[in-house]
Ligand binder design. Sequence first.
Ligand code: CO
Length: 165
Amino acid sequence: MILPLVRTDHPVLRRGADMITRFDDPALQKLIDDMIPTMYERDGIGLAAPQVNYSLRLAVIVPDPDRYEEYKKESREGTVLINPRIIRHSFRKEAHEEGCLSVPGIFGPVRRYMSVTAEYQDRNGQTHTIKGTGLLARVLQHETDHLNGTLFIDKSTRLYKVTAL
Ligand code: CO
């Protein structure tokens, strides 16, 4: 099922989301199964639960954002990040354009760590770490921010509007 997205001024986007402690909950598993196709349907490379109106520390991301088109076309796979947190990051940051499915039509550069390591649990509750550089590092930071009620528009120094043709 493709889930409806909430938009910019919805309070759920500004709340610190709740930790997930129970993994055998069918409602949680269904939410994950719905979030993955919803992300691809909206052309996102990541989607956090608050964006679909669930205040839970859960996000799905494209396994390799640099190969987005392959994943969108050939599979419906997503990496499921539950209770993720950034445990290590590079010293250096870089600015790059960002957008967000919850803030349609607005883009702007955001300075992010060039590489990060996040610890998270998978959909069965097993703990893993994921290391990302470049775009993957950016997605990990953007989605973790969502779970803390932060949007990229809070961090960008220069926002601009792009109107669809
Ligand atoms: Co976003």
